[in-house]
Design a protein around this ligand. Structure first.
Ligand code: ADP
Ligand code: MG
Length: 693
């Protein structure tokens, strides 16, 4: 058997099973072998019913004694009474009773896992269950660890339920004299003392002991992380292989002129990061760098100073923002800050007059425009640059919109700096941005104004509004933000509009309020934002995060409605908008639906202002899904490794993978052929044409 032998060659897998397996992504022998147990029954982890502790998670092995539907006036449910030598326990299903009912029959040996509750007796509600064969039941009393396999309705129909898989794998391991090719380089396995693939496969399916199982799992976790990092190492190498056409030998006069006229002293972090970027710019290979910096850490100044180096050397630079409003803000700021060096800054966005646009396009092409500001469209559309050397992407909290391959396809390969305001925990940036070099602005400029964050409930709203009135009367301004969650965008928008009308007509009738939301035309939004910036609007009501991404140092108050519906990082970003001037800012989180979990989350945000700390906590609470979603650029989902838990293995996998690619960039050596083949076989869909091995 070879790794890519079709499953149909496996004894016991006919065309029907093969068809269903294919739907779950299993077509080859190796893929079948990687259908790992989802859990195990180990004699030592099974609890006798009499010893169960209320509130704990536990697994029992017992016999079905009786089963029946119970109908009360309120609801009906299915109950199953099971018992072992020590006692009895009730299992209850409120949902899916019809289906569950058909699964069990009295006398069945079952394994049940769940949270132990007490309700007139011990019970599990909606436990995780498996039906055991009589010989499983027997073997559990000897020392075996029994694997339980994930399955689905369709798989069950062709006999591949947990038991079916167990039989199938048993057959494979007991009867076939096979060996699969190792995919991790031998030297790594030996040095780090990981199990080889054949031993690990056997032990993960049919562990001889808990220790053997741990070793097997460890190997597969490492393997998964290792290939992920290998993929990233290859991507990074393919970028680094590109030689620059443009050369820098000095920082140029522009940098000095702008630096000297800055209204503030750069923080040490800003200086350090500029040096890191400058080193990349000087290097012979192109830059692919991520700059992480909390809201207010001063990324714009860094961007401008780096752009001024490029421009001082006779090249062009581009700054791209995720929205037109932000592009305009960058344009104004950069234009202002770039004046001492006489830099020609041009804004390119939709909605400009045709003649104006043509003029700008011509200037970009003939080189008059030195710094071009716009949205991502400037790189995607047919804009011809004369000598584009540096692209700076201000992503705010949105990632991965632009990929380097898009640039290369356009026939240009500038240095790329991606700036993000979401502090990404290190474990995640190692994968999400594992193909980039990372700089961190870990110091905030000293500010006069401080931000306090308060959680309030609706009963306290009147007092909050009263407080806001007072501050507006003193000439300050406020934001009121409503959630807009994609799945329920329509309802959310309605709620925001109603909230706005209520505030305008009832609460703040004597002030000037305006509403801005994502569904509005850009010109309309711009007009409103402009009114807020110049003070003709006192309170800006808005829906999405993007719309408030604009600076207004006079805005000191932010009310976040239904705060429990926002992500922590999102709230942190939002509140970074206030307290930018000299006065103290106040962020009020209105908690409308209180539950313990969401309240805990909001407490985190009111207790700390450190963006890294917050995202670390957010990650713990919500898992990495949210963060993955933010980078559209696909990369493989982890099946067995957990990026949060397996941090040490991740670091190890990363250093091994990067070392390997450094030693043999294309994995051409004979001893790496298994590794290379596996990478191509399994991960080619995550590579693009520039990443060729
Ligand atoms: P962000 O990193 O969120 O993009 P900005 O670049 O918009 O932050 O900077 C936020 C504010 O801080 C701006 O008003 C900017 O002028 C100011 N700023 C930037 N660097 C410094 C500094 N070193 N000292 C004082 N203020 C600074
Ligand atoms: Mg910014």
């Amino acid at each position: 058997m070879q790794p890519d032998t079709p499953v149909t060659y496996v004894k016991g897998i006919g065309p029907k099973r093969a068809e269903v397996l294919e739907k779950t992504g299993i077509t080859t022998f190796l893929e079948l072998l990687y259908h790992f147990p989802r859990r195990y029954l180990d004699r030592r982890t099974i609890m006798p019913i009499a010893k169960l502790k209320i509130g704990s998670e536990a697994t029992i092995v017992a016999k079905v004694l009786s089963m029946n539907m119970v109908r009360t006036r309120k609801r009906s449910y299915f109950q199953l009474l099971v018992g072992d030598d020590s006692g009895q326990l009730r299992c209850v299903w409120f949902n899916g009773a019809k289906y569950i009912q058909k699964i069990f029959k009295p006398g069945d040996a079952v394994a049940m896992s769940g949270r132990v509750e007490f309700y007139g007796g011990l019970q599990f509600v909606h436990p995780d269950y498996d039906i055991l064969e009589s010989d499983d039941y027997a073997t559990l009393h000897t020392a075996r660890i029994i694997p339980l396999y994930p399955s689905s309705m369709e798989l069950k129909k062709v006999g591949l339920d947990s038991r079916g898989f167990r039989r199938q794998f048993h057959k494979i391991f007991e009867t076939l004299p096979w060996q699969v090719t190792e995919i991790i380089p031998r030297e790594i396995l030996e040095r780090l003392k990981f199990y080889d693939i054949n031993r690990a496969l056997r032990q993960i399916h049919f562990p001889d002991s808990a220790t053997e199982l741990d070793r097997a799992v460890r190997r597969f976790k490492f393997e998964e992380l290792f290939f992920l990092q290998l993929l990233l190492a290859v991507k990074r190498r393919s970028i680094k292989e590109v030689r620059k056409q443009l050369r820098y030998d000095r920082t140029g006069v522009h940098l000095k002129r702008i630096y000297e006229k800055l209204p503030f002293e750069l923080t040490d972090a800003q200086k350090r990061v500029i040096h890191e970027i400058w080193n990349d710019m000087k290097s012979e290979t192109v830059m692919n760098r991520l700059l992480q910096g909390d809201v207010g850490s001063g990324k714009t100044a860094v961007a401008l100073l780096c752009a001024s180096i490029a421009i001082g050397n006779g090249y062009q630079a581009a700054v791209m923002a995720p929205t037109e409003i932000l592009a305009e803000q960058h344009f104004r700021n950069l234009h202002q800050m770039g004046k001492p060096a006489g830099i020609t800054v041009r804004l390119l966005i939709g909605g400009q007059k045709r003649s104006e646009r043509e003029q700008i396009l011509a200037e970009i092409e003939n080189g008059v425009a030195e710094l071009i500001v716009g949205t991502h469209a400037i790189i995607q559309e047919s804009v011809a640059f004369q000598k584009l050397a540096l692209v700076i992407i201000d992503e705010q909290h949105r990632f991965g919109v632009l990929q380097r391959s898009q640039l290369i396809e356009k026939g240009i390969n500038p240095d790329v700096l991606v700036m993000t305001a979401t502090p990404i925990p290190r474990t995640l940036s190692m994968t999400l941005y594992g193909d980039m070099d990372v700089s961190v602005l870990d110091e905030l400029p000293a500010r006069k104004g401080k931000i306090t964050t308060r959680i309030v409930n609706i009963d306290q709203l009147d007092r909050v509004y009263e407080y806001i009135r007072g501050r507006i009367q003193r000439g300050e301004q406020a934001y009121i933000v409503y959630p807009l969650i994609e799945e329920s965008a329509k309802l959310d928008l309605q709620a925001a509009i109603q909230g706005f009308e209520y505030l305008r007509d009832r609460v703040f009738a004597d002030f000037r309020l305006a509403l801005v939301h994502g569904g509005m035309k850009t010109t309309e939004k711009d007009k409103i934002m402009h009114c807020f910036s110049n003070g003709t609007v006192d309170i800006l009501v808005s829906t999405t995060v993007i719309e408030v991404g604009v600076d207004n140092p006079n805005a000191t108050i932010m009310v976040i409605e239904n705060a429990e519906r926002f992500g922590l990082t999102q709230i942190h970003q939002l509140r970074g908008r206030i307290g930018r001037g000299e006065k103290n800012g106040v962020c009020v989180l209105v908690e409308r639906k209180r539950n313990e979990a969401s309240h805990q989350r909001l407490r985190i945000i009111s207790d700390t202002t450190d963006g890294f700390e917050i995202s670390e906590q957010d990650l713990k609470l919500r898992g990495p899904g949210e963060f993955y979603g933010t980078r559209q650029h696909g990369f493989p989902k982890m099946k067995i490794a957990d990026l949060l838990i397996d941090k040490e293995l991740l670091k190890l996998a990363r250093s091994e993978a990067f070392m390997l690619i450094k030693a043999d960039p294309h994995l051409r050596r004979a001893e790496y052929s298994g590794t290379r083949e596996h990478l191509v076989r399994k991960y080619s869909e995550y590579m693009n044409f520039v990443d060729v091995l």
